[in-house]
Ligand binder design. Structure first.
Ligand SMILES: *Cc1c(COP(=O)(O)O)cnc(C)c1O
Length: 353
């Protein structure tokens, strides 16, 4: 009855271990929907890596709100990726956790405010990159003066865009700024560098400790270990002209309507995240008198390896698919495959098999 993520546990764990082993200083990232697995499970898995002596001494979360969900399942340090601000949830950190939390400070004025709020605060200084999301400029960094001798400076953080060519020249420029600012740290927290880039960075900055923050490539790095399925909840035979759905549409030809689990509340969107959406392929479909010519849209559900069309936009917890006659009709209770964006999907069940 559910949208289910099934994990091949042995294969997943092998991948987690292997990536952690070949990535010194790795900082697992658990944020948002926990990359589909849930934050609690990722915190437990990070603890599991740590217990095997593989490092993983720090877990990164996205927001202050997420701390509570991981803090009881992982015993190490907790890096908060959203920059500290002198308002909101950043001011309400549970005092019992304060010693484990590492704040991200992205504006010079926030460092003074953080240290006033918590004189012993642990923090990293974020530098602005070509992402232009958060971070200090080199001038902002130099303006900090003696402030960085207070509290516990744990390093400098760089958030790089997803790889488009090499990031190395940008990182080298930023590290030059770090050295020029005379900061009393040699730890650099980075994102989105390839293994080769990390290798080269370590070689050219041997006196720096590099801490790669990785979410997607860690948790979702072996897609073969993951299967997403939905349950067929109902099957209705229809003839051309039969009325169905919230909008009382009519079936364009005979076939079957399938009601399957998964809807907008799960993050099931109107179109599949990938697939051939080129003009050429659409034109070809139109020429064949394909069903998207009558307004049916491609769904992320597939049956017997073929991607199927929505009969109408997804409902809140179920979706209606149209199966033209000729195709094999699954039975109520069957599982069919779904392609989803893991970071945007709420599963009813996660089964680690
Ligand atoms: C989400 C995030 C990461 C991890 O990104 P992935 O692409 O999932 O590996 C690293 N650093 C920051 C600041 C982030 O917000």
């Amino acid at each position: 009855m559910s949208l289910t993520l099934t994990v091949d546990g042995e294969r997943w764990r092998t991948h987690l271990r292997a990536l952690t082993e070949r990535t010194p200083g790795l900082v697992p990232v658990a944020k948002g929907n926990g990359y589909g697995f849930g934050l609690g499970r990722l915190a437990r898995k990070t603890q599991w890596l740590r217990d095997q002596g593989l490092g993983a001494d720090t877990l990164a979360v996205g927001t202050y709100h997420e701390l509570a969900e991981v803090a009881s399942r992982f015993t190490g340090d907790l890096l908060v990726l959203t920059p500290w601000r002198p308002f909101g949830a950043a001011l309400d950190v549970d005092p019992a956790l304060a010693g484990r939390v590492i704040h991200t400070v992205s504006r010079p004025e926030d460092l003074a405010a953080l240290l006033t709020h918590d004189p012993g605060a642990r923090y990293v200084l974020e530098l602005v990159t070509s992402m232009l999301r958060h971070g200090m400029t080199p001038r902002g960094l130099r303006s900090l003066g003696g402030l960085t001798d207070r509290g516990r400076l744990e390093g400098v953080a760089l958030h790089l865009p997803l790889a488009q060519g090499s990031h190395l020249s940008q990182v080298q420029r930023l590290l030059t700024d770090v050295v020029a600012a005379g900061l009393p740290t040699r730890t650099i927290w980075v994102s989105h560098l390839t293994p080769e880039e990390l290798e080269r960075l370590r070689a050219s900055y041997a006196d720096f400790e590099i801490r790669p923050r990785i979410g997607t490539d860690l948790w979702l790095g072996d897609r073969q270990a993951l299967t997403v399925t939905a349950t067929v909840l109902d099957v209705h035979a229809v003839e051309r002209g039969d009325v169905f759905g919230y909008r009382s549409r009519t079936a364009p030809k005979s076939g079957h309507l399938l009601v399957v689990s998964g809807g907008t509340a799960h993050g099931i969107g109107l179109e599949a995240p990938t697939g051939d959406q080129s003009l050429k392929s659409r034109a070809a479909t139109l020429a064949r008198g394909g069903l998207d010519a009558v307004g049916f849209v491609r769904s992320p559900y597939s049956i017997d390896g073929k991607q199927r069309l929505f009969a109408e936009p997804p409902h809140m917890q179920a979706s209606m698919l149209f199966l033209p006659s000729g195709a094999r009709v699954p039975s109520v209770g069957d599982e069919i495959e779904v392609r989803v964006r893991y970071t945007a999907t709420t599963f009813d069940r996660v089964v680690v098999a």
